[in-house]
Design a protein around this ligand. Structure first.
Ligand code: APR
Length: 320
């Protein structure tokens, strides 16, 4: 059987890391696409040259031509401009909307059967626009945010408790931005919910609140340190986990920006929710019960996403 084909649209910091991870995990052959000439070709060749040392079998190709993504099984989109210090994800809206138009049309023409994972920010609005421009089924177009936000939350929690990151599960809902909703009640250490761990004296409510805030600000913390760009290792790892769930039909329960139409009382919006990811793309939305406070936070997040989508429609009337 031929190897799956993974097209990476955008060969910058995240795109290059995605290519490296996809090759190392032997998820398939990789095509790196970018408008910058030489960058995708150079990164593809560099990673391919690590193959004999690492011992992976994968073909890597860099390109500036959409025709090379023909028939891709998975497309991961990072094309666009990342944040600079002081910029919010929303500042990126106008620039990256134009990029989504070009990318959406490229995918529509050359890879209409792909499972598409969008990473470009502002995430929830960009994944919506990408779906509109590509015309692919909603369940085959998702945004990567929840896995990353949850991973950050898990990392900080593991530091606080002094336990393995593997034993910390965490749940983050809502939009990828300042209004994201880390769900403390559904986050656990080996099945013990965080509120119980507070009662057990493992941490205090104040410390937990600070960790929740650090999670919300997780992206900005990295931007502040790097100064010349935004996070790329953890975002790439998170998207690869989602791609693998699709390619191997793993039915993973992962939070991602998915099309919600009916669940949670929402009508037609891309927002971060728990999903089951398998060969059908988003096979199910897990409609957990939210407390009054959680619902209020989630609604606020949904409103922020709706605002961004409205702004997109204001910029490009064809999206109306
Ligand atoms: N088509 C294809 N590639 C494009 C286009 C386009 N229209 N416009 C820009 N690019 C490419 C750039 O040439 C660059 O190589 O997208 C790449 C983006 O890479 P980086 O600038 O290194 O950004 P990165 O850190 O990878 O982040 C990409 O993900 O997390 C988000 O906010 C982040 O929106 C940003 C995206």
């Amino acid at each position: 059987m031929a190897r799956p084909k993974i097209a990476l649209i955008g060969a910058g910091q995240i795109g290059g890391t995605l290519a490296h991870l996809a090759a190392m995990k032997e998820l398939g052959d990789v095509v790196l696409f970018d408008i910058a000439e030489g960058i995708p070709q150079g990164k593809a060749l560099d990673i391919a040259e690590s193959g004999p040392v690492e011992g992976f079998d994968a073909v890597l190709k860099g390109t500036n031509d959409y025709a090379d993504i023909e028939g891709a099984d998975v497309c991961i989109v990072t094309a666009g401009v990342p944040r600079k210090p002081g910029m919010s994800r929303d500042d990126l809206l106008g620039i990256n909307l134009k990029v989504m138009k070009a990318v959406g049309e490229g995918i529509k023409t050359h890879a209409p059967n792909a499972f598409v994972i969008c990473i470009t920010n502002p995430l929830d609005a960009m994944v919506w626009a990408l779906r509109e421009y590509s015309g692919l089924p909603h369940e085959k177009v998702v945004g990567m945010a929840g896995v990353l936000d949850s991973a950050r939350f898990r990392h900080f929690l593991s530091l606080e408790f002094g336990v393995s990151m593997r034993d910390v599960t965490a749940f983050v809902l809502g939009g990828h931005g300042d209004t994201m909703v880390p769900l403390v009640r559904y986050s656990t250490v080996a099945g013990i919910p965080l509120p119980d761990l507070v009662k057990m004296g493992w941490t205090t409510q104040e410390k937990l609140d600070a960790i929740v805030q650090r999670t919300r600000d997780g992206g900005a913390e990295i931007v502040g340190l790097l100064k010349t760009g935004s996070a790329f290792y953890a975002p790439a790892a998170s998207a690869i986990e989602m791609a693998e769930a699709y390619l191997k039909d793993q039915k993973r329960v992962l939070p991602c920006a998915a099309w919600v139409d009916g669940a949670f009382g929402l009508k037609g919006i891309y927002v971060g929710v728990p999903t089951v990811l398998g060969a059908g793309g988003v096979e199910r939305i897990v409609e957990i019960e939210l407390s009054k406070e959680e619902k209020a936070m989630f609604d606020k997040s949904v409103e922020a996403v709706r605002g961004l989508v409205a702004a997109c429609k204001g910029i490009d009337a064809s999206l109306g």
